[in-house]
Write a protein that binds this ligand. Structure first.
Ligand SMILES: [Ca+2]
Ligand SMILES: [Ca+2]
Length: 416
């Protein structure tokens, strides 16, 4: 077992992969075609990092890699003599993955250049450029802190260089579940704790000695002598041991492959667990972020945010008890492949601007509509029996495991 709480720790050195963020003023994780952008049009200041260095002379035209898009006619007067600066947004940045950036605007000495007249090029052939989108492989970011590209206004035959500087992702929490004993310095293990018809037992949370946490759900032949329950399951969490605000949270695991239950990787933040928390219809003071809940019978993972605490109230109009909890179930397509018995990653990028959910490194949801929690949260890994998850197929003496390879939390400077 190896647990590391490392405040300044570059994975470039330890894991051989790159953890790079893009420098940008709004810390936008993914920009194109997103709800976030449609709700909040970026301003010039929020568009990202800019540069006005190295403005070329107006005859210094950089060749475009796509000659079919190059206007080779004679230079025309477009009313400007220089490209002043290039602004870009980060489309995607994840620890260990490719990064993508999109050039959004190019200004000239007299105003904005028509963006569709701009073509990008780069000397490094490992960089992929499609229209105004630049993809930087993580292998490149392992070795470099930045990349310089050329933006060319093809018709005016004027170009400028601009630089994308990569932020470093730092690993601030890691458990690879090596060894044979779960590290209780950082994990609380629920035990002898009854729930609705079942109980949590520490004997169902253990390491397999092969680098995995086992999060087991079992049906006993005889009732558990302590709790009197025949259905036992597992929760481990980091309350008061590791709590943080913002970051990139990731689990790599093999989900349960049985109906009647769900496995989950989630955060409990701020006042969510406080019965007296104000019901103010915002998640800013606290929320539950379900980074993933797996439902085998639905063939899909689930991604949800709850806020305004737990509990019930009597609706005097209808005389019905209703939950005080506000919830946003984020839409997600069927992903049967996550139940193929192989490891999959489930991740959350939580910044002051947005929540972004990912499955296997691909963005599946992003939202900010309930407000961004600005209070620290702790991590939970859990398995729960769930009546909405279909009929439990386990017979007495049988069990099902969620097998967790690792949990990691990363931060950039902006997320500290
Ligand atoms: Ca609230
Ligand atoms: Ca492991």
């Amino acid at each position: 077992m190896s647990i590391k709480k490392i405040i300044v720790f570059s994975l470039c050195f330890v894991l051989g992969i790159s953890f790079i963020g893009c420098k940008k003023t709004n810390d936008s994780f993914l920009s194109a075609n997103s709800d976030y952008v449609s709700m909040s049009q970026p301003t010039n200041e929020s568009m990202g990092q800019t540069t006005s260095d190295n403005v070329s002379s107006d005859n210094n035209v950089t060749s475009n890699p796509d000659s079919s898009q190059t206007d080779t006619s004679s230079k025309k007067d477009y009313g400007f003599t220089r490209l002043e600066e290039v602004r870009y947004e980060c489309i995607k940045e994840i620890p260990g993955g490719d990064a993508q950036y999109e050039v959004k605007t190019v200004t000239t000495d007299t105003g904005y250049a028509f963006i569709y007249a701009i073509y990008l090029s780069c000397d490094d052939k490992s960089i992929t450029i499609k229209d105004r989108t630049v993809t930087i492989p993580f292998e490149y970011r392992q070795k470099h802190d930045s990349i310089t590209l050329t933006a060319t206004h093809n018709l005016a035959k004027i170009s400028t260089e601009f630089t994308i500087t990569f932020d470093k992702w730092e690993l601030v929490f890691e458990d690879d579940f090596n060894g044979t004993e779960l590290n209780t310095d950082v994990w609380n293990v629920w035990d002898e704790k009854r729930d609705n018809g079942y109980a949590y037992s520490k004997q169902n949370s253990f390491l397999d000695g092969k680098g995995n946490l086992i999060n087991r759900m079992s049906v006993l032949k005889e009732p558990d002598p302590v709790t009197g329950q025949t259905q036992l399951t597992s929760v481990i969490e980091t309350e008061n041991k590791f709590e943080t605000t913002y970051g990139y949270f990731e689990i790599r695991m093999i989900p349960h492959r049985a109906a009647g239950l769900m496995g989950a990787f989630w955060l409990s933040c701020g006042d969510m667990g406080d019965q007296n928390a104000p019901k103010d219809n915002t998640a800013t003071n606290g929320c539950e972020i379900d980074i993933v809940e797996t439902f085998f019978h639905r063939k899909t993972p689930s991604q949800t945010i709850h806020w305004d605490g737990y509990g019930w109230y009597l609706d005097e109009k209808t005389n019905e008890w209703k939950s005080v909890t506000k919830s946003k179930h984020l839409p997600i397509p069927a992903m049967e492949e996550i139940f193929d018995g192989n490891y999959h990653t489930f991740s959350l990028y939580w910044s002051p601007e947005e929540y972004v959910f990912l499955v296997d490194g691909e963005v599946t949801n992003r939202t900010r509509e309930m407000g961004i929690c600005n209070q620290p949260g702790y991590i939970l890994i859990s398995s729960h029996f769930n009546k909405e998850a279909g009929e439990l197929p386990l017979k007495p003496g049988e069990y099902t495991d969620m097998i967790v390879d690792y949990v990691r939390v990363y931060k950039t400077d902006k997320l500290k």
